[in-house]
Design a binder for this molecule. Structure first.
Ligand SMILES: *Cc1c(COP(=O)(O)O)cnc(C)c1O
Length: 376
């Protein structure tokens, strides 16, 4: 027993681990590229992946990008958004940065204490004549209150662009996450539930947006001799698309394995005083992107103490999201941080624990044993 334990102790457990298909499968997938020599610019793999994703995600329109961040920027610029955007500071740098980099002013509104997503009850007070959009985030794959947000957007004539980077494959009553709002951005970064190494996509409602999004993605080139927009370069290459095609074949297995890990954590941590967990909600198909745990003041140790303790045992968790984007040094004195006490509370108390498909139950137990050792 002792040797087993020490072996377990030595192993480093990172917060995430990229999913990869069997090597042979990937090699088969990229072989045709050595015949075609067609490596990017909407190649065969690119078009195939777009089609397969539209099916899997149950959406009409999917457009691939080199990463999720450029999908956000590309969507804002193609839609011509300007002025202010109502958004959350409890997110990854990308959401806020993409707005600022496209000339929009983020207006920070507080989040709901259970889902950590934008609180619709606080949105209307933040709307001004300059507001053009609401940019909410489906944090940890927890769906925003999409109905309430749409109602506010319709009433005030605002666009809704979701950062759905955490919500790949999430569904509400059988409706794919990419169907909400005017557009939803996905990330296929190596650390996400589904990856193309680096990659991303936008799912969008208005069919007529497609051509323009695609042109902005490719330098604003609109014809052989015409360039109508100041576009960038955000195209996904064929090797990345091939990785996506392979990973998508295994996605159901991936999610099922993540679910097992989630359930193991739940078994161990559920009902412990001072621990708050995100639960499956009825009607929601979850894909278990993260394992967030809130350590409240009733728990026997602070979030930071648990982060350190796990680290001493080679277990790497993540303060995600901390700090709030409104607190970033680059925004000090530049952006109004807003009044977001719940987002602050969440950022100070949340820890995301290791979560990936192949995380062994014994490792989950080891993590939980260490945590529970601190319980009052
Ligand atoms: C990962 C992520 C992004 C950015 O996606 P990339 O593909 O890494 O550019 C944006 N927003 C959120 C919330 C994310 O987690």
């Amino acid at each position: 027993m002792e040797t087993d334990n020490s072996k377990l102790e030595e192993q480093v457990i990172n917060v995430t681990r990229s999913s990869m298909p069997p090597l042979d499968e990937y090699i088969e997938e990229i072989k045709p590229l050595w015949e075609s020599h067609y490596l990017t610019n909407r190649g065969v793999k690119h078009r195939q992946l777009e089609q397969q994703l539209a099916e899997y995600l149950k959406v009409k329109n999917v457009m691939l990008y080199v990463n999720g961040h450029n999908a956000l920027e590309g969507t804002f610029e193609t839609m011509g958004l300007a002025g202010e955007a109502i958004t959350t500071p409890f997110t990854f740098a990308s959401t806020t940065h993409s707005l600022v980099r496209k000339g929009l002013t983020p207006v920070f509104v507080d989040v709901d204490p259970h889902t950590f997503t934008l609180d619709p009850a606080k949105i209307e007070a933040a709307i001004t004549p300059r507001t053009s959009a609401i940019v909410p985030v489906h944090v940890y794959g927890n769906l925003c209150d999409v109905d309430a947000i749409q109602e506010i957007a319709d009433k005030h004539g605002l666009k809704v662009v979701y950062d759905a980077a955490h919500a790949f494959g999430v569904e509400k009553d059988g409706v794919g996450v990419g169907n909400f709002g005017d557009a939803s951005i996905l990330s296929f970064h190596a650390t996400k539930v589904f990856n193309t190494i680096e990659g991303g996509a936008v799912c969008f409602k208005d069919d007529t947006l497609g051509a323009k999004l695609s042109q902005y993605r490719n330098f604003g080139i609109t014809g052989v001799d015409t360039v109508e927009y100041v576009g960038g370069n955000s195209k996904l290459n064929e090797f990345a698309a091939a990785m996506g095609i392979c990973n998508l074949r295994h996605i159901n297995d991936e999610v099922a394995k993540r679910r097992k890990v989630f359930e193991r954590y739940l078994e161990r941590l559920e009902g412990v005083s001072g621990i708050q967990l995100c639960h499956d909600r009825s009607g929601i198909k979850h894909t278990y992107a993260y394992m967030p745990v809130i350590f409240t003041d009733e728990f026997g140790a602070t979030r930071d103490e648990i982060f350190d303790l796990l680290g001493q045992h080679n277990i790497f968790s993540r303060k995600y999201f901390y700090p709030l984007t409104s607190e970033f040094a680059c925004y000090k004195g530049v952006l109004n941080p807003g009044d977001t006490p719940i987002a602050h509370w969440a950022a100070d108390h949340v820890l995301t624990l290791p979560m990936y498909a192949d995380l062994e139950p014994e490792h989950v137990d080891r993590i939980c044993d260490l945590i529970l050792g601190c319980a009052r």
